[in-house]
Design a binder for this molecule. Structure first.
Ligand code: 3H9
Length: 693
């Protein structure tokens, strides 16, 4: 075996050269990996004894892409495009041997090989779009030549990871070899290539699938139309589409030029910077400064959920999906039955959409047990309470749990607002109590706010984070304060939205501005969807807010056909003259002189106080880092990922500008705009939230 450099080795099995890469954790294409590939291929191809080259990786995966940490820094070593040309130009067959994931630049390396083999568990994908990019090393030109432009369009704009069996069918792979025997399988495949004297299959020279597609130029426009909603606001899907169009219509080298130009444009843009930031932010959340990786964790083999409503049912599904048995408790048989039926129905709907099979459903349902007795939770390792959001009720439940649950069990409360320490005070074991704030629908939404109480033990925190990961959530560890991170910041936006409609605009103006900013919907559309009557009581209602007036009129949102908007039978929203009148009359009654408010003010009034509140949260140590706050907003509240989250957005705007606006609003409108000390400090020092890391 010859070492090519610190990450690449060259060895031989007879006439087959094996170039092995080893650059943990994911063999990303940092400069040494590119150099190792280039030099290794050149050295093997120059050996007259060698008849083929197999490229294989050690560790958990084949190359998972370019090294994202290198982006934006001065280039070092061989470029990826040159490396890839060296491989494709080699005079002997080069074969990629894939395990784990061949992603982004990793798949582009494989596409530059003459053949590709993989184990059944391997996956291939071009996820650059999720980083606001496009495959920038020939991927957009070679992929459509391998699998046809229609499939290529789907792959580059979704970033989906595709399993080996499907890749084989598509023509992306040439063979699938036995699991665990990749090296042997790849070597055997290489021997076959040599024995059969197969040609060097250079994808850049193959265009039969492109020629066929030239007869259907309309496919691109159709693809744009079908996906318009999904791509709204994002720049990278369109650039990806234009590259595939170029592959179909231009010679290879010209297509590469288009790809390079569009790649560089995206790379230098703010959207990709935001999306790359979000990628690392989602991985940073797991790093807890005072709960190190070696903190002991508690075994969680059985889970209990209290409450079989929408939330409880959704929570239970997360664990069933992960193969963990759940006992779910309700107080009445009819509610329990309804809850169990809903869970089954949700699964069966997933079967209808082709994402689950009936045996999968049965397997999950077999792990679920319903009961009317809290005592049945005595053997549970983790119990999550999801009852009505009421402190007295929650304390009563925790008081009972304290007597029933085994010692060491984690007692979690799914509260979105309440004080976890007060809930814990109902037990004799506050160290076991923690908040698990799920977002609705709990089986779908990725975010989990894990709320540490003042006395929550480190093993309970570590186990909660570990379990969150196991059930596929992205979890942010936060501290106790009203509304934690997400709802505390949301309250700022809600307050301003409500004020704005009295001061001069209508709900649809606020919604339009926030929708154009990139949210899936604005605050009033959200209220109508959720129901205006959440937390509203007929008896206590005194027409003191627009919401109360609407609820009193039975305009309680989409479910009643009217709320801030009017709805037709298909739930299409229309601006409501009734609501307009109510708002105008209410404002007049309050003595508010309405004025013209422009879109810029709507946005600043809704967003800047959130950034300011985020700064207070950091100042108080209720979130570990600014990027955790952004993870919360991207994954729990529909903040557009291409704007990186509120704190990243504040940095992008410039904290001095945010501060100046907050001061202006404070002097014009009052103390709710008072800037946080941290915002003042960072702005004065010319720093960003990002610099706090
Ligand atoms: C690209 O290829 C552009 C080219 O087209 C053109 C170039 C000209 N770079 O996710 P994990 C780190 S763009 C640097 O927790 P998993 C990650 O931060 C790239 N670092 O593991 C983490 O570090 P830490 C296209 C990377 O098993 C550690 O590895 N490729 C990269 O859950 C483990 O990661 C992609 O977008 C990287 N490319 O998942 C694929 N990837 O431990 C991105 C990972 O310090 N990667 N790290 O927190 C992934 O999707 C997942 O990491 C993967 C493994 C599925 C591979």
């Amino acid at each position: 075996m010859t070492a090519i450099n610190e990450v690449a080795d060259l060895s031989y099995e007879g006439e087959i050269a094996i170039l092995t890469l080893n650059s943990p954790p994911v063999n990303a294409l940092a400069a040494p990996v590119r150099d190792g590939l280039s030099l290794g291929v050149k050295q093997a191809a120059a050996n007259p004894e060698a008849k083929a080259i197999v490229i294989i990786c050690l560790g958990r995966t084949f190359i998972a892409g370019a090294d994202i940490t290198e982006f934006g820094k001065p280039p070092k070593g061989a470029s990826l495009l040159d490396t890839i040309s060296t491989m494709e130009d080699a005079a002997i067959p080069v074969i990629a041997a894939i395990h784990g994931t061949a992603l982004g630049g990793g798949l582009e390396v494989a596409l530059a090989c003459h053949y590709r083999v993989a184990v059944p568990s391997a996956k291939c994908g071009l996820p650059e779009v999720n980083l606001g990019l496009l495959p920038g090393a020939g991927g957009t030109q070679r992929l459509p030549r391998a699998i046809g432009p229609e499939m290529a369009l789907g792959m580059v704009t979704s970033g989906e990871h595709i399993g080996a069996a499907h890749c084989l069918k598509l023509g992306l792979l040439d063979a699938v070899v036995e699991e665990g025997k990749l090296r042997e399988g790849a070597v055997a495949f290489a021997r076959q290539v040599i024995d059969e004297k197969r040609s060097l299959r250079r994808l850049r020279d193959i265009d039969d699938k492109l020629i066929a597609a030239r007869a259907r130029p309309e496919m691109f426009q159709q693809f744009r139309q079908v996906n318009a909603k999904k791509f709204r606001g994002f720049q990278s899907p369109e650039s990806n589409i234009r590259c595939i169009e170029a592959a179909v219509n231009l010679p290879f080298d010209e297509g590469i030029k288009v790809e390079r130009k569009l790649f560089m444009e995206l790379m230098s843009g703010v959207q990709s910077a935001a999306q790359r930031y979000a990628f690392f932010a989602e991985r940073a959340v797991w790093k807890l400064p005072d709960v190190p990786d070696d903190t002991p964790t508690l075994p969680v083999a059985k889970v209990g959920v209290i409450g079989a409503g929408t939330m409880g049912g959704g929570i239970a599904m997360n664990f069933l999906n992960a193969g963990i048995p759940v006992t779910i408790v309700e107080t009445r048989q009819d509610a329990l039955t309804r809850g169990l039926v809903t869970i089954r129905m949700n699964y069966e709907n997933t079967v209808k959409r082709g994402r689950l099979t009936m045996p999968d459903v049965e397997k999950r349902m077999a792990l679920l047990k319903g009961t009317l007795s809290l005592d049945d939770l005595a053997d549970r390792d983790l119990i999550i309470e999801a009852v009505f959001e009421n402190m007295e009720l929650k304390k009563e439940v925790f008081g009972k749990l304290d007597k029933i649950a085994k010692q060491g069990a984690i007692l979690a409360t799914n509260t979105s607002y309440l004080n976890v320490d007060e809930i814990a005070s109902a037990t004799t074991r506050p160290e076991s109590v923690i908040g698990w704030h799920f977002f609705s629908p709990a089986n779908v939404m990725r975010l989990l706010e894990v709320v540490r109480g003042a006395r929550t033990s480190k093993p309970v925190i570590a186990t909660s984070m570990q379990m969150a990961r196991k059930i596929g959530k992205v979890a942010a560890l936060v501290g106790v304060c009203p509304g934690f991170v997400g709802n505390r910041m949301l309250a700022q936006r809600q307050r301003e939205a409500q004020k704005l409609i009295l001061e001069g605009v209508m709900p649809w103006d606020v919604d339009r501005v926030l929708y154009h900013f990139g949210f899936p919907m604005g605050p009033f559309q959200m209220s109508d969807l959720a129901g205006l009557d959440i937390g509203w009581s007929k008896e206590k209602s005194t027409s003191s807010t627009i919401r109360e007036i609407l609820c009193e009129m039975d305009r309680r949102g989409q479910k009643t056909g009217a709320g801030f908007y009017d709805y037709d039978a298909d739930r299409n929203a229309k601006m409501s003259p009734v609501v307009e009148k109510i708002i105008l009359e209410f404002a007049a009654k309050k003595g508010i002189t309405r004025r013209a408010i422009n879109d810029a003010e709507i946005l600043e009034r809704c967003i800047y106080p959130m950034i300011n509140e985020g700064a207070k949260i950091l100042e108080e140590g209720k979130a570990i880092r600014a990027s955790d706050i952004d993870v919360v907003w991207i994954n729990g509240y529909g903040w557009p990922v291409y704007r990186g989250g509120p704190m990243f957005f504040g940095d992008t705007m410039g904290l001095d500008k945010v501060l100046a606006k907050m001061r202006q609003f404070e002097s014009e409108m009052g103390p709710e705009f008072a800037p946080s000390k941290l915002l003042e400090k960072l702005a004065d020092e010319g720093k960003r939230f990002l610099d706090m890391r």
